[in-house]
Design a binder for this molecule. Structure first.
Ligand code: GLC
Length: 803
């Protein structure tokens, strides 16, 4: 069954059947104000922080047929009685004649036709806006005049999202709503938690006269709430009850009577849901967006934003779905992931203290480098601020308070309180930023370390370069029995939580890559002394890894606290882990034929038609000695599931050994756009990557979950653009070194880089995967494949002949 189709010319995916296997969502706004909208009009909105300033009540665990956060009712008189329906399908579930949800770039438009009424609702947050706008057009497409009323509805959450769910007395006692009436019938419903009455209010208003309203859910639904969202009893009366909630579950419902609409006639109203200090302060924003012209302008500003964003990197390859992902959907997902980290999605619910992940965001910024290096820099600075004096990092932090936590490590008393990998990722992120921009002064910027003194002021600060060096030294100084880095609570694989003393092959490799990044930086800075020291660190770790971690056909993944290897043929479960193979190749550590042998083992033992599994076989039962990974049944998530984030690393490793056919096969087999025809098995959105797909040990092999916020996005984008297409920023230019399927005749890339446009045509006359025969810049032959920095605001034609 198909639920929709791609329309690349409009940069949209169009859902045509609302009964998708799970809600499919889209993001609007940013963490400053925004959230997600599902394809049946529900919304989860927050301002600044989904945990501490939540606005709408969206409970993903409730059935898809229930209202979540917001909806819209329409009614008209039929034989003297009101016929009530929602053009969003949920919650009235009427049999529409036409349903379309257009998933656009930072907006969604839901169109439906039913009972002779066509409704078109565009939902978005203006750039830098503090409100969600719902622009609603209603058209009479029947052959008789209709009296139409439209009633938008919002259901609020307590601002402290977790409290909403764990106290059903305190929360309702604090929630209140008030009405502000203006001339000409305009009205604004204000909602607040009593504590915030004078500093932070939600508002719900429109640009059309409101005849009546409700803000108490019990009164709106009626009959002590035995009236339901599918049929609110108040909507059977001519007018609502004008309830101003003094307590209870707070909603906003605004009755707009559009009057008699002739056949073919259309009316438009604009509904705003926002937050401000008080109603007065919201006044000018409300006035601005009550004006249709300003709403249309705000929407076209969003489309201009994307035009500019996407233009920085455009490709034409022989593969249409790769083009669609790189040019639109993957690029968009990278930006969304950068904005939201793992904070708020249909699966990551933004409750409690999760916040922004150090490791996650360090990787996310690498996915938006060509488009938004300035925003990447801003986030890198924030991350460096939660790095500790000893070089390790806080695992996550709240972006508003900047208070860090140790993540799950906080919950396990007898385990180390740091993650062995976190701090090293920031070196990769910073290196990518420097190569993209050449902004070497950034290395001199002073940023405080996280540790605070008695007065709660930071104890020490250091330059960005100092921060990076501390990260290296932390890993250098924290190695175990075998000379490999200590695991800490976990490394990238959050769920393998071995006892203190365990060592990680993954961290050894990440350290290796971080050292290579540092060597480039130090060479540029002409700091030979540190350069030579780090070169030695690199060689030492390389030797250790090859000496202790080779299992015969692959690299083992960990040594447990007692020296037992994990991820070895000597284990019954978890014999081979993908990341130990891909990363040993990426770091350049794998000696001789070990790289190719290890990657062959991945292909043989871990690859499936739906992607590469993280490890195999899955652990079959809870084992406190292994931790989180054994809480999943075999085949799920990190326990032998297809954890997509680790797939692009194998693609990258395959390009390093020159296997372009396989790199592309791995790319293609996880492309969500290619899942559009098998959605009933896959279930998640086909227009963005999911985090995980159930592996072949699981009865529901092929089922995806946790879409949108995943490191998969940034890394697949990097694997595709920097390694398969091989367009790689380096300190002195743009290196071109593709590794493509042999059958490709070539491809084209337009990339903006350091103040110029590089129009790159790659030809592959001999049908090779890798290798450059000739490079031309505007017809002039070059002697190497690094295209210089032009910085002249001009277009440059580059031709590369492979061979
Ligand atoms: C989740 C976490 C990420 C971790 C990954 C693998 O995606 O956000 O930090 O690396 O799981 O365990």
């Amino acid at each position: 069954m198909k639920y929709g189709y791609f329309d690349d010319s409009k940069k949209e995916y169009i859902i045509t059947n609302p009964k998708t296997p799970v809600k499919w969502i889209n993001y609007i706004g940013t963490l400053n104000f925004g959230g997600f909208v599902d394809h049946t009009g529900g919304s989860l909105l927050c301002k600044g922080d989904p945990s501490l300033n939540r606005i709408t009540k969206y409970i993903p665990q409730l059935p898809c047929s229930d209202i979540k956060g917001e909806t819209l009712y329409i009614r008209f008189k039929n034989n003297g009685k009101y016929k009530i329906f929602s053009p969003f399908y949920t919650p009235t579930l009427d049999n529409y004649d036409l349903f379309e949800c257009h998933i656009g770039l930072l907006y969604s438009t839901i169109i439906s036709e039913i009972y002779g009424i066509r409704t078109e609702v565009t939902i978005f947050v203006p750039i830098n806006g503090n409100e969600e706008i719902r622009s609603i057009k209603v058209k009479n497409i029947s052959d008789k005049p209709l009296d139409i009323d439209i009633i938008p509805v919002v259901e609020y959450s307590h601002f402290d999202a977790l409290k909403q769910f764990n106290n059903a007395d305190w929360v309702p006692q604090t929630m209140q709503s008030r009405i502000y009436e203006e001339k000409n019938g305009l009205k604004t419903l204000i909602q607040y938690a009593f504590k915030n009455r004078d500093i932070q209010v939600n508002y719900f208003t429109s640009n059309y006269s409101v005849s009546s309203y409700d803000s108490d859910r019990k009164i709106f639904l009626g009959d002590n709430e035995y009236g339901s969202w599918a049929k609110p009893l108040s909507l059977l009366n001519d007018d609502l009850n004008n309830s101003q909630a003094n307590r209870g579950d707070n909603i906003g419902a605004l009755m707009h009577k559009l009057g008699n609409i002739k056949p073919g006639e259309e009316k438009r109203i604009i509904v705003l849901l926002g937050q401000a200090v008080n109603i007065k302060k919201a006044g000018s924003e409300i006035e601005k967006y009550r004006n249709e012209k300003n709403v249309d302008k705000a929407l076209s500003e969003i489309s201009n934003f994307w035009e500019e964003f996407l233009n920085k990197f455009q490709v034409k390859t022989p593969d249409e779905s790769m083009n669609s992902m790189i040019n639109i959907h993957n690029a968009r997902q990278c930006y969304i992931t950068k904005n939201w980290s793992r904070y708020l999605s249909l699966y990551q619910l933004g409750l409690g203290t999760r916040g922004i992940g150090f490791r996650d965001s360090s990787q996310d910024v690498m996915g938006i480098m060509p488009q938004k290096p300035d925003e990447a820099k801003e986030l890198i600075e924030k991350l460096l601020y939660v790095q500790k004096i000893d070089g390790s990092a806080m695992h996550q932090f709240n972006p508003v308070t900047m208070i860090g936590t140790c993540g799950d490590a906080d919950e396990e008393e007898d385990r180390p309180k740091y993650y062995g990998d976190d701090h090293l990722w920031i070196i990769l992120a910073t290196g990518a930023f420097l190569k993209e921009t050449g902004d070497m002064d950034f290395l001199k910027k002073e940023i405080a370390f996280y540790d605070k003194g008695k007065d709660n002021k930071p104890i020490e600060k250091g330059t960005v370069l100092d921060h990076l060096k501390r990260a290296i030294e932390f890993t250098h100084d924290n190695t175990g029995e075998h000379g490999l880095p200590l695991l800490g609570f976990a490394d990238w694989n959050d769920t393998v939580n071995l006892r203190a003393g365990a060592e990680s092959v993954f961290i050894a490799n990440l350290y290796g890559i971080a050292l290579l990044e540092m060597l480039d930086i130090l060479k540029y800075l002409k700091d030979n002394k540190t350069h030579d020291k780090y070169k030695l660190y690199y060689e030492e770790m390389k030797n250790t890894l090859n000496k202790v971690a080779w299992d015969g056909e692959w690299f083992i993944r960990y040594f447990d606290y007692d020296g037992t290897p994990v991820g070895s043929s000597s284990n019954t479960h978890g014999q081979i882990y993908t990341n130990a193979q891909s990363w040993s190749v990426m770091s350049g550590f794998a000696e001789n034929d070990k790289a190719v042998t290890a990657l062959e083992s991945v292909n043989k033992k871990l690859n499936t038609k739906n992607g590469i599994k993280l490890s195999t076989p899955g652990y079959d039962g809870f084992d406190p000695g292994k931790g989180g990974v054994t809480t999943y049944p075999p085949g799920a998530k990190e326990n032998g599931g297809i954890f997509l984030h680790s797939n692009p690393w194998v693609m990258i490793a395959e390009t390093i050994v020159g296997n372009g056919d396989r790199a592309f096969e791995y790319y293609n087999q996880i492309n969500p756009a290619a899942k559009n025809d098998i959605i009933d098995e896959y279930e998640c959105e086909p227009y963005c990557y999911a985090q995980n797909i159930l592996g072949d040990e699981h009865p529901q092999f092929g089922l995806a979950r946790n879409s949108w916020l995943s490191g998969t996005s940034s890394w697949v984008y990097q694997a595709a653009t920097k390694y398969i297409l091989g367009i790689m920023p380096v300190y002195n230019g743009l290196k071109i070194d593709p590794c493509i399927p042999k059958k490709w005749d070539g491809f084209y890339v337009k990339r903006e880089f350091r103040g110029a446009v590089y129009e790159i045509t790659v030809e592959n006359p001999d049908h090779v995967s890798k290798g450059i025969a000739k490079v031309y810049i505007e017809e002039k032959e070059q002697d190497n494949n690094i295209i210089p920095i032009f910085n002249d605001n001009k277009k440059h034609k580059i031709k590369v002949i492979m061979g």
